[in-house]
Ligand binder design. Sequence first.
Ligand code: NAP
Length: 336
Amino acid sequence: MPAHVDPPIRWGVLGSGAIAAAFVADLTMVPDADVVAVGSRTVEAAHAFAAKFAIPHAHGSYADLVKDPDVDVVYVATPHVAHHRCAMAAIAAGKAVLVEKPFTLNASEAAELVAAARSQGTFLMEAMWTRFLPHVEQIRALVTGGRIGDARSLTAELGGVAPADMQHRLWAAELGGGALLDIGVYLVSFASMLFGTPRTIHASGHLGRTGVDGQTAVVLDYSGGQQACLLASIETTNANRANINGTAGRIEVEGPFFKPAEFRVVDLNDAFETMPNVDTGSGLRHQAVEVGRCLRSALLESPTMPLSESLQVMTTLDEIRRQIGLTYPSERAEPA
Ligand SMILES: NC(=O)c1ccc[n+]([C@@H]2O[C@H](COP(=O)([O-])OP(=O)(O)OC[C@H]3O[C@@H](n4cnc5c(N)ncnc54)[C@H](OP(=O)(O)O)[C@@H]3O)[C@@H](O)[C@H]2O)c1
């Protein structure tokens, strides 16, 4: 008798942009995941994407993709402003959903998504892919296991120079642009993974020509006295390192901290152990493996990236945006 093999998880990709392509490419390394469909706003883009990645179904609308009976899970890969609408449509169609970061534009949209998934009984997860990277899981286990004593602070930065084109989604207010929601979310989520919900939030940001933040700095304080100092920028090229500092040592993660060659565990005498990062590929597939594991275990959310935490991160981002004066056009009241 052949050993029982689970049928593959069948993915439908919603949106045919840059991250959709990177995700599909990395998914080829997952043996029990198949990309069976892509949906785009235009039939031409859907066909081009399907041809490039040998995807059997190409849909010229997102509505048709979410209705595709061959799709188990929809991966939402649209700009931030469209996450809520697209994920809601997929949930309403009864699909499991993996939605790109930031989860939504704001916490109220996030709460609606979570409520809809819970009422429909469908799986939902934020595509916080960095959390599932092997070296991040290793760091989390080291901190939880007390290797650096009591972890008291995090310093982390992410920065890269965005395209000069002010229409680009990173600069476009109407698409939810800016440093905080695009890359600051990784820092806030990383701090959340280590320390939980912040007690106080202090933020300072610089809004550029299009009204979105080019650079934002944040200090988060936690009830246990821990602190996180975070800097996100789309104006500068940064080293993108992260340090977690504890009472018995520290963890130094080389840049970029989501794909370092190695990280170091340093003791109080500055002696250190080097931990190589041997992961291959772009790293995007690990979150898909988690989705598959959850679906096969009939879980409606991931214990590693729970919905309550995605909601909490969006609430933190809302408060940071309030402090730096950043609102998006869709959030502003229409004139009477
Ligand atoms: N995990 C990561 O490392 C990572 C990296 C980059 C981005 N992201 C996230 O992924 C999302 C997409 O980013 P991206 O870099 O892939 O963007 P992108 O290259 O601009 O692609 C976005 C796609 O969304 C669709 N879309 C729907 N409404 C749109 C609109 N109003 N304007 C433009 N495109 C629209 C388009 O696909 P169709 O034309 O096919 O409909 C477009 O190709 C963002 O939320 C971002 O935060 C994640």
